[in-house]
Ligand binder design. Structure first.
Ligand code: GDP
Ligand code: MG
Length: 162
């Protein structure tokens, strides 16, 4: 079976940028406007010799109350469908209350989940990740999706632990 990797996180953290990087497409809409990817979107990725399916999601805004409404339904479904969940946060914006809610949900799920700190270009990666240890999802992994920095390393690492 080809492994399925879901990209989740609040809007604007760079999920679609990473999706496009992994699938080498420009299909997923990337913009500064929040919530543009409304539906789950599937693509085929290949890193080194490994193939996988990647799912982009519209994001979980955190404006709603309660975990059910907070987690956009399609994000929950993407998590269900996935073998691996990459939970993206924004290394420039720092920790956000929505991040805490999403982390709370993921800690309770049985999925293999990785905390990915995006937008670390121009930042000291050690400083950028320091905000996020408290989410309780293990070692935060710094990348810069738009610069293609540490993206291959990340995917190789998560696939190797399946
Ligand atoms: P999504 O809402 O999570 O899908 O986020 P997008 O992929 O649409 O990206 C939101 C914004 O962040 C866009 O302006 C991207 O160009 C920008 N962005 C994404 N990845 C990076 C990165 O690694 N570094 C920087 N500086 N900006 C990024
Ligand atoms: Mg998007």
């Amino acid at each position: 079976m080809v492994p399925v990797i879901a990209l989740v996180g609040r809007p604007n953290v760079g999920k679609s940028t990473l999706f496009n990087r992994l699938t080498r497409s420009r299909d997923a809409l990337v913009a500064d406007l929040s919530g543009l990817t409304r539906d789950r979107k599937y693509g085929e990725g290949k890193v080194g010799g490994a193939r996988f399916i990647v799912i982009d999601t519209g994001g979980i805004s955190g404006d709603e109350e309660g975990i059910d409404s907070l987690m956009a339904k399609q994000s929950l479904m993407a998590i269900e469908e996935a073998d691996i969940v990459l939970f993206l946060v924004d290394g420039r914006a720092g920790l956000n209350p929505a991040d805490e809610m999403i982390a709370d949900h993921l800690r309770r799920s049985e999925k293999s989940c990785y905390l990915v700190v995006n937008k670390t270009d121009g930042l000291d990666p050690d400083v950028a990740i320091s905000d996020f240890f408290g989410l309780g999802l293990g070692q935060p992994l710094p990348i810069a999706a738009s610069q293609n920095r540490s993206v291959t390393l990340l995917i190789e690492e998560v696939l190797s632990e399946l």
